[in-house]
Design a protein around this ligand. Structure first.
Ligand SMILES: Cc1ncc(C[n+]2csc(CCOP(=O)(O)OP(=O)(O)O)c2C)c(N)n1
Ligand SMILES: [Mg+2]
Length: 326
Protein backbone atom coordinates (compact mmCIF):
# COMPACT_ATOMS: atom_id res chain seq x y z
CA UNK A 1 0.00 0.00 0.00
CA UNK A 2 1.24 3.49 -0.84
CA UNK A 3 1.48 5.59 2.33
CA UNK A 4 1.22 9.38 2.36
CA UNK A 5 4.95 9.51 3.18
CA UNK A 6 5.65 7.48 0.02
CA UNK A 7 3.49 9.94 -1.94
CA UNK A 8 5.43 12.81 -0.43
CA UNK A 9 8.80 11.29 -1.28
CA UNK A 10 7.77 10.17 -4.80
CA UNK A 11 7.55 13.71 -6.19
CA UNK A 12 11.07 14.49 -4.96
CA UNK A 13 12.50 11.27 -6.36
CA UNK A 14 10.96 11.06 -9.82
CA UNK A 15 10.39 13.83 -12.40
CA UNK A 16 7.45 11.91 -13.89
CA UNK A 17 5.73 11.82 -10.49
CA UNK A 18 5.83 15.61 -10.48
CA UNK A 19 3.86 15.67 -13.77
CA UNK A 20 1.45 13.10 -12.37
CA UNK A 21 0.88 15.24 -9.26
CA UNK A 22 0.26 18.43 -11.25
CA UNK A 23 -2.38 16.63 -13.34
CA UNK A 24 -3.89 15.21 -10.16
CA UNK A 25 -4.25 18.69 -8.64
CA UNK A 26 -5.80 20.11 -11.84
CA UNK A 27 -8.29 17.28 -12.20
CA UNK A 28 -9.29 17.25 -8.54
CA UNK A 29 -9.79 21.03 -8.48
CA UNK A 30 -11.95 20.77 -11.63
CA UNK A 31 -13.96 17.98 -9.96
CA UNK A 32 -14.41 20.08 -6.80
CA UNK A 33 -15.70 22.99 -8.91
CA UNK A 34 -18.32 20.63 -10.38
CA UNK A 35 -19.28 19.30 -6.93
CA UNK A 36 -19.68 22.89 -5.77
CA UNK A 37 -21.97 23.67 -8.72
CA UNK A 38 -23.99 20.55 -7.84
CA UNK A 39 -24.57 22.00 -4.36
CA UNK A 40 -22.55 19.33 -2.58
CA UNK A 41 -20.04 21.67 -0.91
CA UNK A 42 -20.94 24.05 1.92
CA UNK A 43 -19.37 27.52 2.06
CA UNK A 44 -17.12 28.45 -0.82
CA UNK A 45 -13.91 27.04 -2.24
CA UNK A 46 -10.81 28.70 -3.69
CA UNK A 47 -9.13 26.62 -6.34
CA UNK A 48 -5.62 26.84 -7.79
CA UNK A 49 -5.87 25.69 -11.44
CA UNK A 50 -2.95 27.34 -13.27
CA UNK A 51 -0.73 27.51 -10.18
CA UNK A 52 0.08 23.77 -9.87
CA UNK A 53 3.78 23.98 -10.74
CA UNK A 54 4.61 26.11 -7.69
CA UNK A 55 3.52 23.75 -4.92
CA UNK A 56 4.67 20.62 -6.76
CA UNK A 57 8.13 22.10 -7.41
CA UNK A 58 8.42 23.00 -3.72
CA UNK A 59 7.40 19.48 -2.74
CA UNK A 60 9.97 18.11 -5.21
CA UNK A 61 12.67 20.08 -3.35
CA UNK A 62 11.49 19.00 0.08
CA UNK A 63 12.06 16.15 2.53
CA UNK A 64 9.16 14.36 4.25
CA UNK A 65 10.07 15.99 7.59
CA UNK A 66 9.83 19.55 6.17
CA UNK A 67 6.74 21.64 6.98
CA UNK A 68 4.29 23.63 4.88
CA UNK A 69 1.61 26.20 5.61
CA UNK A 70 -0.82 27.45 2.97
CA UNK A 71 -3.87 29.63 2.51
CA UNK A 72 -7.55 28.91 1.83
CA UNK A 73 -6.25 28.19 -1.73
CA UNK A 74 -4.43 25.20 -0.25
CA UNK A 75 -5.87 22.04 -1.83
CA UNK A 76 -2.94 21.92 -4.27
CA UNK A 77 -0.32 22.37 -1.55
CA UNK A 78 -1.81 19.50 0.49
CA UNK A 79 -1.85 17.18 -2.56
CA UNK A 80 1.63 18.27 -3.65
CA UNK A 81 3.05 17.49 -0.22
CA UNK A 82 1.49 14.02 -0.25
CA UNK A 83 -2.04 14.23 1.10
CA UNK A 84 -4.11 11.71 -0.90
CA UNK A 85 -6.97 12.81 -3.23
CA UNK A 86 -9.58 10.98 -1.13
CA UNK A 87 -8.47 12.78 2.05
CA UNK A 88 -8.56 16.19 0.37
CA UNK A 89 -11.83 15.65 -1.55
CA UNK A 90 -13.62 14.20 1.50
CA UNK A 91 -12.37 17.08 3.65
CA UNK A 92 -13.70 19.69 1.23
CA UNK A 93 -17.04 17.82 1.27
CA UNK A 94 -16.98 17.74 5.11
CA UNK A 95 -16.90 13.93 5.29
CA UNK A 96 -15.42 11.50 7.79
CA UNK A 97 -12.71 10.28 5.36
CA UNK A 98 -11.33 13.82 5.09
CA UNK A 99 -7.76 14.54 6.20
CA UNK A 100 -9.20 16.45 9.21
CA UNK A 101 -12.10 14.05 9.63
CA UNK A 102 -14.42 16.46 7.82
CA UNK A 103 -14.21 19.13 10.54
CA UNK A 104 -11.84 21.52 8.75
CA UNK A 105 -13.30 21.81 5.28
CA UNK A 106 -11.68 23.55 2.34
CA UNK A 107 -10.31 26.51 4.25
CA UNK A 108 -8.83 24.58 7.18
CA UNK A 109 -7.19 21.65 5.48
CA UNK A 110 -4.30 20.06 7.31
CA UNK A 111 -2.54 16.72 7.15
CA UNK A 112 -0.25 15.93 10.05
CA UNK A 113 0.99 12.77 8.30
CA UNK A 114 2.78 14.92 5.69
CA UNK A 115 3.56 17.94 7.92
CA UNK A 116 1.00 20.15 6.19
CA UNK A 117 0.08 22.43 9.07
CA UNK A 118 -3.47 23.85 9.26
CA UNK A 119 -4.16 26.07 6.27
CA UNK A 120 -5.65 29.47 6.97
CA UNK A 121 -8.61 31.59 5.89
CA UNK A 122 -7.04 34.70 7.44
CA UNK A 123 -4.76 36.41 4.93
CA UNK A 124 -1.12 36.18 6.07
CA UNK A 125 -1.86 33.91 9.05
CA UNK A 126 0.19 31.00 7.76
CA UNK A 127 3.48 32.93 7.67
CA UNK A 128 4.12 33.25 11.42
CA UNK A 129 3.09 29.61 11.84
CA UNK A 130 5.67 28.51 9.26
CA UNK A 131 8.22 30.69 11.07
CA UNK A 132 7.26 29.01 14.37
CA UNK A 133 7.73 25.55 12.84
CA UNK A 134 11.17 26.64 11.58
CA UNK A 135 12.07 28.00 15.02
CA UNK A 136 10.96 24.70 16.55
CA UNK A 137 13.27 22.80 14.18
CA UNK A 138 16.16 25.16 14.92
CA UNK A 139 15.71 24.85 18.71
CA UNK A 140 15.65 21.04 18.44
CA UNK A 141 18.82 21.08 16.33
CA UNK A 142 16.92 19.43 13.47
CA UNK A 143 17.57 20.54 9.88
CA UNK A 144 13.94 20.53 8.69
CA UNK A 145 12.82 23.43 6.50
CA UNK A 146 9.50 25.24 6.61
CA UNK A 147 7.63 26.43 3.49
CA UNK A 148 5.13 29.29 3.77
CA UNK A 149 2.82 29.59 0.73
CA UNK A 150 0.87 32.84 0.39
CA UNK A 151 -0.48 35.24 -2.21
CA UNK A 152 0.66 38.63 -3.46
CA UNK A 153 -2.11 40.36 -1.51
CA UNK A 154 -0.83 38.80 1.73
CA UNK A 155 2.35 40.83 1.48
CA UNK A 156 0.39 43.97 2.45
CA UNK A 157 -0.35 42.41 5.85
CA UNK A 158 1.82 43.15 8.89
CA UNK A 159 2.32 39.45 9.62
CA UNK A 160 4.23 39.11 6.31
CA UNK A 161 6.81 41.76 7.28
CA UNK A 162 7.02 40.56 10.89
CA UNK A 163 7.63 37.00 9.70
CA UNK A 164 10.36 37.94 7.21
CA UNK A 165 12.06 40.19 9.74
CA UNK A 166 12.29 37.70 12.59
CA UNK A 167 13.21 34.84 10.23
CA UNK A 168 16.11 36.97 8.93
CA UNK A 169 17.23 38.05 12.42
CA UNK A 170 17.25 34.46 13.71
CA UNK A 171 18.37 32.92 10.37
CA UNK A 172 15.41 30.56 10.47
CA UNK A 173 15.06 27.80 7.86
CA UNK A 174 12.04 29.21 6.03
CA UNK A 175 11.29 29.37 2.32
CA UNK A 176 8.69 32.10 1.78
CA UNK A 177 6.84 31.19 -1.41
CA UNK A 178 4.72 34.01 -2.82
CA UNK A 179 2.29 32.81 -5.49
CA UNK A 180 1.82 36.12 -7.26
CA UNK A 181 -1.33 35.48 -9.31
CA UNK A 182 -1.83 39.20 -10.08
CA UNK A 183 -4.99 39.59 -7.98
CA UNK A 184 -6.06 39.76 -4.35
CA UNK A 185 -9.75 38.89 -4.41
CA UNK A 186 -11.14 41.22 -7.12
CA UNK A 187 -8.34 43.80 -7.03
CA UNK A 188 -5.43 43.83 -9.49
CA UNK A 189 -2.08 43.99 -7.77
CA UNK A 190 -1.24 47.57 -8.81
CA UNK A 191 -4.41 48.92 -7.15
CA UNK A 192 -3.41 47.64 -3.69
CA UNK A 193 0.36 47.27 -3.74
CA UNK A 194 2.93 50.05 -4.16
CA UNK A 195 5.70 47.90 -5.65
CA UNK A 196 5.52 46.03 -8.98
CA UNK A 197 7.47 43.02 -7.73
CA UNK A 198 6.81 41.38 -4.37
CA UNK A 199 10.48 40.32 -4.37
CA UNK A 200 11.39 43.95 -3.60
CA UNK A 201 9.95 43.40 -0.14
CA UNK A 202 12.47 40.70 0.79
CA UNK A 203 15.70 42.73 0.98
CA UNK A 204 13.81 45.48 2.85
CA UNK A 205 13.40 42.87 5.61
CA UNK A 206 16.88 41.35 5.25
CA UNK A 207 15.65 38.38 3.22
CA UNK A 208 17.27 37.61 -0.17
CA UNK A 209 14.66 37.25 -2.90
CA UNK A 210 14.27 35.76 -6.34
CA UNK A 211 11.63 36.13 -9.02
CA UNK A 212 10.78 33.01 -11.01
CA UNK A 213 8.40 32.00 -13.79
CA UNK A 214 5.65 30.24 -11.84
CA UNK A 215 4.50 28.29 -14.93
CA UNK A 216 7.89 26.63 -15.43
CA UNK A 217 8.39 23.64 -13.12
CA UNK A 218 12.08 23.28 -13.99
CA UNK A 219 12.87 26.94 -13.27
CA UNK A 220 10.88 26.76 -10.03
CA UNK A 221 12.66 23.61 -8.87
CA UNK A 222 16.02 25.29 -9.53
CA UNK A 223 15.23 28.44 -7.52
CA UNK A 224 13.36 26.63 -4.73
CA UNK A 225 16.06 23.95 -4.53
CA UNK A 226 18.69 26.62 -3.86
CA UNK A 227 16.47 28.31 -1.26
CA UNK A 228 15.93 24.99 0.51
CA UNK A 229 19.66 24.16 0.48
CA UNK A 230 20.47 27.57 1.99
CA UNK A 231 17.82 27.20 4.70
CA UNK A 232 18.86 23.65 5.55
CA UNK A 233 22.52 24.63 5.85
CA UNK A 234 21.70 27.36 8.40
CA UNK A 235 21.86 30.23 5.89
CA UNK A 236 18.42 31.59 6.76
CA UNK A 237 15.29 32.42 4.79
CA UNK A 238 14.67 33.24 1.11
CA UNK A 239 11.64 34.87 -0.49
CA UNK A 240 10.70 33.30 -3.82
CA UNK A 241 8.18 35.23 -5.93
CA UNK A 242 6.54 32.94 -8.48
CA UNK A 243 4.71 34.87 -11.21
CA UNK A 244 1.62 32.81 -11.87
CA UNK A 245 -2.12 33.05 -12.54
CA UNK A 246 -5.34 31.53 -11.26
CA UNK A 247 -7.55 30.38 -14.11
CA UNK A 248 -10.77 30.79 -12.12
CA UNK A 249 -12.14 33.63 -10.01
CA UNK A 250 -11.10 34.21 -6.42
CA UNK A 251 -13.77 31.85 -5.07
CA UNK A 252 -16.81 30.09 -6.53
CA UNK A 253 -18.72 33.35 -5.91
CA UNK A 254 -16.49 35.21 -8.40
CA UNK A 255 -16.97 34.96 -12.18
CA UNK A 256 -13.80 37.13 -12.62
CA UNK A 257 -15.49 39.59 -14.97
CA UNK A 258 -12.86 42.20 -14.02
CA UNK A 259 -10.12 40.49 -16.02
CA UNK A 260 -9.03 42.33 -19.17
CA UNK A 261 -9.96 40.57 -22.37
CA UNK A 262 -7.32 38.11 -23.58
CA UNK A 263 -5.53 37.88 -20.21
CA UNK A 264 -6.78 34.39 -19.39
CA UNK A 265 -5.98 33.17 -22.92
CA UNK A 266 -2.42 34.50 -22.68
CA UNK A 267 -1.90 32.56 -19.45
CA UNK A 268 -3.55 29.32 -20.56
CA UNK A 269 -1.23 29.43 -23.60
CA UNK A 270 1.57 28.96 -21.05
CA UNK A 271 -0.08 26.22 -19.04
CA UNK A 272 2.33 24.78 -16.43
CA UNK A 273 1.27 21.18 -17.03
CA UNK A 274 1.69 21.48 -20.83
CA UNK A 275 5.09 23.18 -20.43
CA UNK A 276 6.42 20.48 -18.10
CA UNK A 277 4.92 17.67 -20.22
CA UNK A 278 6.72 19.05 -23.29
CA UNK A 279 9.94 19.33 -21.29
CA UNK A 280 9.81 15.65 -20.29
CA UNK A 281 9.03 14.60 -23.87
CA UNK A 282 11.82 16.80 -25.32
CA UNK A 283 14.42 15.31 -23.01
CA UNK A 284 13.23 11.77 -23.79
CA UNK A 285 11.89 10.92 -20.32
CA UNK A 286 8.39 10.22 -21.69
CA UNK A 287 6.84 9.67 -25.10
CA UNK A 288 3.70 11.65 -25.99
CA UNK A 289 1.71 8.40 -25.83
CA UNK A 290 3.07 7.57 -22.39
CA UNK A 291 2.23 11.09 -21.21
CA UNK A 292 -1.35 10.70 -22.49
CA UNK A 293 -1.69 7.32 -20.80
CA UNK A 294 -0.35 8.74 -17.55
CA UNK A 295 -2.86 11.61 -17.66
CA UNK A 296 -5.75 9.19 -18.29
CA UNK A 297 -4.60 6.99 -15.41
CA UNK A 298 -4.37 9.93 -13.00
CA UNK A 299 -7.81 11.22 -13.99
CA UNK A 300 -9.37 7.79 -13.45
CA UNK A 301 -7.76 7.52 -10.00
CA UNK A 302 -8.98 11.01 -9.05
CA UNK A 303 -12.52 10.20 -10.27
CA UNK A 304 -12.49 7.09 -8.10
CA UNK A 305 -11.29 9.09 -5.07
CA UNK A 306 -13.99 11.72 -5.65
CA UNK A 307 -16.69 9.01 -5.88
CA UNK A 308 -15.42 7.51 -2.61
CA UNK A 309 -15.43 10.96 -0.99
CA UNK A 310 -19.06 11.50 -2.04
CA UNK A 311 -19.98 8.11 -0.50
CA UNK A 312 -18.05 8.89 2.71
CA UNK A 313 -20.34 9.47 5.72
CA UNK A 314 -20.69 12.74 7.60
CA UNK A 315 -18.53 12.87 10.74
CA UNK A 316 -20.35 11.36 13.75
CA UNK A 317 -22.31 14.00 15.68
CA UNK A 318 -20.32 13.32 18.87
CA UNK A 319 -17.16 14.58 17.09
CA UNK A 320 -18.70 18.05 16.84
CA UNK A 321 -17.24 19.23 20.15
CA UNK A 322 -14.16 16.99 20.15
CA UNK A 323 -11.72 19.84 19.54
CA UNK A 324 -13.58 22.67 21.25
CA UNK A 325 -11.91 23.92 24.41
CA UNK A 326 -13.39 26.19 27.07
C1 LIG B 1 -6.83 39.53 7.42
C2 LIG B 1 -7.75 39.36 6.25
N1 LIG B 1 -8.14 40.44 5.54
C3 LIG B 1 -8.97 40.30 4.49
C4 LIG B 1 -9.45 39.06 4.14
C5 LIG B 1 -10.37 38.91 2.92
N2 LIG B 1 -9.60 38.29 1.84
C6 LIG B 1 -9.71 36.97 1.59
S1 LIG B 1 -8.72 36.49 0.34
C7 LIG B 1 -8.15 38.04 0.09
C8 LIG B 1 -7.14 38.31 -1.01
C9 LIG B 1 -5.81 37.70 -0.79
O1 LIG B 1 -5.09 37.73 -1.98
P1 LIG B 1 -3.72 36.99 -2.16
O2 LIG B 1 -2.93 37.04 -0.91
O3 LIG B 1 -3.10 37.54 -3.38
O4 LIG B 1 -4.12 35.44 -2.38
P2 LIG B 1 -4.90 34.74 -3.56
O5 LIG B 1 -6.34 34.62 -3.13
O6 LIG B 1 -4.73 35.56 -4.78
O7 LIG B 1 -4.29 33.38 -3.69
C10 LIG B 1 -8.72 38.93 0.99
C11 LIG B 1 -8.42 40.38 1.02
C12 LIG B 1 -9.05 37.94 4.93
N3 LIG B 1 -9.46 36.70 4.66
N4 LIG B 1 -8.18 38.12 5.95
MG1 LIG C 1 -3.21 36.85 -5.32
Amino acid sequence: MTTTTDRRAAVAADPVEALRRMIEIRHLEDALNRLYSDGRIRGSIHTCQGQEAVSVAAAACSRPDDYATATYRGHGVALAFGSPPLGVAAEVLGRADGCVGGLGGSMHLADASVNVLPTMAIVGAGLPIAVGAALGAQVRGHDAVSFAFFGDGSTNIGAFHESLNIAAVWRLPVVFVCENNLYGEYSPLASTTAVPDIAQRGPANGVPSEIVDGQDFVALADVLGRAVATARAGGGPTLVEAKTYRYHGHSRADPAAYRPEGELDAWTARDPIAIYREHLIARGTLTADAADALAAEVRAAVDEAVAAAVRSPAPPADRLFAHVYG
